[in-house]
Design a protein around this ligand. Structure first.
Ligand code: SAH
Ligand code: SF4
Ligand code: F3S
Length: 451
């Protein structure tokens, strides 16, 4: 039986896409390899959002290809966002590469790779490898979802990603995603619900609804009884029997209306966590970023959500060193972090992306300054995050048991509604179970609980 190995970089969208591609290989009679060694098809699902992510994927592929001498039939492919944005260039960067598939042709990855592999295995002498090089970057099947969906479920775990929309049209001045993921389009609610039900039937207890601006889902639909398309979708998903938890990511202040704030007060399956990218605490920088909100509006939304759901954990994304960011702007961001008290924050040093307006803006911040701001902000973020975790010691929480702890497989790990990982002794707990626990100890970012 041939096998495939898929390495995934980037966001949850990519993880979800990798799962779907894996499902098509399984359906085609392949097994999933645990590592690249021994796999007949090796795929890297790539991210373009920062230069580092691209370099990592290129480095990894270069290394794998250079080690493939004794197994010349192995098919190497790039998929995902860098594949979409760099396309043909990648064949020059990695001469041994066989397949490049953009973000719109996941449904064809299997067919391209399997075809190539069979062709090679059939010819004893393995003719010039490059002859089979394949590129797929066009959107030739608009509803890839419903076709690939037929191969689901692949799930073994109790939580799953469900993408409810594709693409993004915001054009934030720093961001490459609109170029790699194309125009914004929502899936039909019927399709989404169908997928959620299938997942639940296969043992899934928690779904995370995915979209670049997830709250723009269904924005062309009418507002009914004060509830827009996204909130009505949340309500419909909430109705699915057997589903215990609902999350969504990432929301954006644009179109974040009262109905979504209220949803936290009457949808108990909606978890007490929101990942809500702030990007900057300076209105001047938000404007240069083309983020269409002011800091004040962002803070008000956080406060309103906390009023609707007092134990809500808020995490965020912040970019430091955006072109033109002065020390004063940076200090506004730091003050916002102190004020809002995030449960955690991902801090990114601004990385110029070709073709985006910010890459050519004046006032590019030097690497040393970006690093200094990154470290300084990280200290603040960590101090607050740890204090918030410490405050949980002694509280009762409910965790969804995910599987063995990553650091000690004799223990289990689960996540609270706030999405905080908690380690527990195995005891009688089962994976996929919702378990009431008490938080006994906290060592910064790790919580220890007792059933
Ligand atoms: N759609 C989401 C963000 C997706 S990209 C939103 O708008 O909220 C994930 C994160 O990567 C962003 O929130 C941003 O903080 C970061 N990011 C995007 N482009 C970047 C760049 N060029 N340099 C550094 N960080 C970037
Ligand atoms: Fe990028 Fe902005 Fe779209 Fe998010 S909203 S994906 S940051 S362009
Ligand atoms: Fe990266 Fe593409 Fe996601 S650029 S962040 S993998 S949408």
């Amino acid at each position: 039986m041939p096998s495939v190995y898929i390495k995934t970089y980037g966001c949850q969208m990519n993880e979800r896409d990798s799962e779907q591609v894996a499902a098509t290989f399984l359906a085609g009679g392949y097994s999933l390899a645990e590592s690249e060694a021994g796999a007949d098809v090796v795929l890297i699902n790539t991210c373009s959002v920062r230069e580092k992510a691209e370099l990592k994927a290129l480095g990894k592929m270069g290394m794998l290809c250079s080690q493939s001498g004794e197994r010349p039939w192995v098919v190497f492919g790039f998929m995902g966002c860098m594949a979409q944005s760099k396309a043909r260039e990648l064949f020059d960067a990695v001469p041994r590469l066989d397949v490049v598939t953009g973000t719109h042709c996941y449904h064809r990855v299997f067919q391209l790779c399997d075809g190539l592999l069979k062709q090679r295995l059939a010819s004893v002498s393995h003719p010039i490898l490059r002859r089979g090089a394949q590129l797929c970057e066009v959107e030739d099947l608009p509803d890839a979802h419903s076709r690939i969906r037929d191969h689901l479920p692949l799930r073994t775990s109790c939580s799953a990603y469900v993408s409810i929309m594709q693409g993004c049209e915001m054009r934030c001045s720093y961001c490459i995603v609109p170029f790699t993921r194309g125009a914004e389009r929502s899936r039909s609610a019927a399709d989404i619900l169908d997928e959620v039900r299938r997942l639940v039937d296969s043992g899934v207890k928690e779904v995370t609804l995915l979209g670049q601006i997830v709250n723009r889902y269904g924005r062309e639909e009418p507002v009914i009884d004060g509830r827009g398309g996204f909130v009505r979708l949340l309500e419909a998903v909430h109705e699915v029997t057997g589903l215990e938890r609902i999350r969504f990511t990432s929301p954006h202040p644009i179109g974040f209306r009262e109905d979504l704030v209220r949803a936290f007060s009457y949808l108990p399956k909606l978890c007490s966590h929101i990942h809500f990218p702030m990007q900057s605490g300076s209105d001047r920088i938000l404007q240069l970023m083309r983020r269409p909100y002011r800091q004040q509006k962002y803070v008000e939304l956080c406060e309103a959500m906390r009023a609707a759901r007092p134990d809500l954990a808020i995490t965020t994304d912040i970019i430091v060193g955006f072109p033109g960011e002065t020390e004063e702007d940076y200090l506004l961001t730091k003050a916002a972090v102190e004020h809002i008290k995030f449960d955690n924050a991902f801090i990114f040093q601004y990385s110029p992306r070709r073709g985006t307006p910010a890459a050519d803006m004046p006032g590019q911040v030097c690497l040393r300054e970006k690093e200094a701001r990154n470290h300084d902000l990280l200290d603040t973020v960590n101090r607050i995050a740890i204090a918030r975790n410490m405050a949980l010691v002694g509280t009762r929480q409910e965790i969804l048991v995910d599987g063995p702890s990553k650091t000690n497989s004799s223990r289990l790990q689960g996540r609270t509604s706030q999405n905080k990982p908690v380690i527990i002794e195995r005891g009688a707990a089962r994976v996929g179970e919702l378990l009431p626990i008490t938080i006994r100890e906290c060592t910064g970012f790790t919580l220890y609980g007792e059933a």
